[in-house]
Design a protein around this ligand. Sequence first.
Ligand SMILES: *Cc1c(COP(=O)(O)O)cnc(C)c1O
Length: 810
Amino acid sequence: MQFTKEYFIQEFKKRLNEGYAVDIKQASNFELYQTLASIVRSGYNNAWHQNIKNNAREGNKQAYYFSIEFLPGRLLQSNLLNMGWYDTVISGLKDLDIDFYEVTEIEKDMALGNGGLGRLAAAFMDALASSGLPGNGNGIRYKYGLFKQKIVDGYQVELPNEWLNQGNSWEVRRDSKAVDIHINATEVSLLEKDGHLVPVYHGGKVIRAVPYDVGVVGFQNGCVNNLRLWDAEIPESEEVNYRTLDERRKIEDLTSILYPDDSTSEGRRLRLLQEYFFVSAGIQSILKHHKKAGHNLNKLADYVAIHINDTHPVLCIPELMRLLLDEEHYGWDEAWEITTQVMSYTNHTLMAEAMEKWPIHYIQELQPRIYQIICEIERRYVESLEKRGQAELIPSTRIIADNQIRMVSLAIIGSHSVNGVAKLHTELMKSQVLNDFYRLFPERFNNKTNGITERRWLQIANRELSKVLDKTIGKTWRYAADDLEMLLKYQDDEKVLKEINHAKYQNKVRLAEHVKKSNGLKISPDAIFDVQIKRLHEYKRQLLNLLRIIKLYQDLKENPNLDIQPRVFIFGAKAAPGYHEAKVIIKCINEVGNLINNDQTIQDKLKVVFIEDYSVSLAELIIPAADVSEQISTATKEASGTSNMKLMLNGALTVATLDGANIEIKDQVGDDNIFIFGLTKDEVTAHNQTQDYCAWDYYNNIPVIKRVLDALIDGSIPNIQVEGRHVFDLLTRFNDQFFVLADFEGYLAIQEQVDQAYRKPLAWAKMSLINIAKGGHFSADKTVQRYAKEIWHIKPVVEKDEAKYDSYQV
Ligand SMILES: *Cc1c(COP(=O)(O)O)cnc(C)c1O
């Protein structure tokens, strides 16, 4: 049956009454939300079920995206949009006198990720389903999402994020798909049995992995894929082996914490256990499914592609080997052939501190058989290089060195494809950090620039702009983001430009209302909304932004009549709890904000807003309201970035260094529609090689730099006696390893251009329009289609032109 408003209203009332014994007037927003979610679920469950059956029946090759993080945010609006039910539901709720947006606020963000990496995984899930591609996610169902950030006296305080307290409407527990995992054996011995060598584990424990499946609804094509998140439990038969509460708690802890650090590799045992846990569960479940469908394991690569998102899931490689060798009795060479055909790997960072390495004994204690297999992979790898006469490349590329397992080496050696996430990143990977691997396996290396889901970031988050687009270029852009380019024809159309500015203005009013509530601060939508939202990290250089704010403040104090465009600086950023420098920077931002926001003489020309607890949902509120997008990382440090793409798509103009995907954004919009500054990758590389950079010289020789840095330590900014000194030292005594001072003047100059450009609303709107029009280039749909074609070799099972728009039925 077709989904109509009449049907919806009737069904909504009925379910509300059945579920909660209330009518609409008495119902809480929570009850309204649950009721709505249940209708949505009923709408796609059949398609979900059919999709799983079809893939099995037709033997479609499927991709499995293994990621230790998924950061989808909320799913209600996204599911409604993708099902084609959005407008019907809003209008139906309106008839019932229910505010749809208030109801959506009830849903807790599914925040099973830190930032860019997890968000990319979630975007790929959406894009796979929306492209009709058979692609599944495999991850961990963390009990606590990324910590909740509070700002108290300017400091970050971390609180637990108990997102599952009221249940998760979108998951289905599947007991029948649970699998067991053996860990912590003290020893394995190989015994001969029926003509095979089989491993016998001594000691250790068995944990049960129970999957919770989340349906991933494709955009109006009837394709519903599966995101499988694993929880750990104690199997009943094993209860007696867990004798103390402490031992039991260890199992609970296994899926409790999402490690809140996205840029250093912490090396905690529990983290390694998490990695092995979700990898083993996922691979076992894939093999079970494959065999149940009656396929031969020799043909695994015809049916299955496994993707390793960053190195966290890299134990996929020895785990698949283990299962093929020990359970399926393959010989090594055959098992290795199958494994490397199935596996592919994405590298997300080239920063040394983020490269995963594990002490040998951690892996040995976790699963001695896995350790044996890694040693054998290593032995054969080293031998093969010796035979090829490339022994000189052994030290830099081998897996085991200094009593540590290098996860990047294992990933590259065990995969048929290795990709970077932006052109520059892939180039650096090939030419610098992983150059020795590139010399050995050039055919494995390729680029897949990251992407974003235009549905969430434009259709859902920016309804005002979406309406303007519909009116101007029709609705096809909603199906194919490249069609946004049709907007280019209107770049000199004053009416359209004004409408774009008006949409932006309305979004700014909405954000200003939020800021009034959350920060108690009044900001004017007429000011430039200058936005930097991302994890707090020194390489992302929130500090560069902050120094500029201090500089502007000093200028205004000297000359209150200085002619500058009013600006609101908006930050959203969480710092890893153990990352001291990042937390110090948050404190400084907040104290500079306090000083400026409370200074009457500034007359609202500057405001500094730190929005606490940055999340996907807050991003959806902030991004449509942004005029300026700050993408100012030290060149070579940001692999790709994706907030840069979200912001351009929403018409913000980018202030950027030539780093990550900023370069590709510049190539799309042209030099006139982006503000570029700063050291290039060649300059940064040269400084690093010659070690000739001297931050003190900048401080001593450039008065504007000295004046700004002195403000950090001379008491002119209250409440940062300790933190101001710390930042000062980072930038001077510790020689500013992210080249903040080297880029400072260039940054000031480019921001002066931004100030001038904003004074011409139509010219600004034209640049904005060009950014929106080119934003479709970075659609995650296109990115996953390239993965599908060039890496995974999977094909759409639902073709666009036979898309069944009414396939989500009731
Ligand atoms: C897109 C996104 C990110 C990534 O931002 P970058 O600026 O690319 O690091 C991080 N967190 C959230 C919530 C996002 O939506």
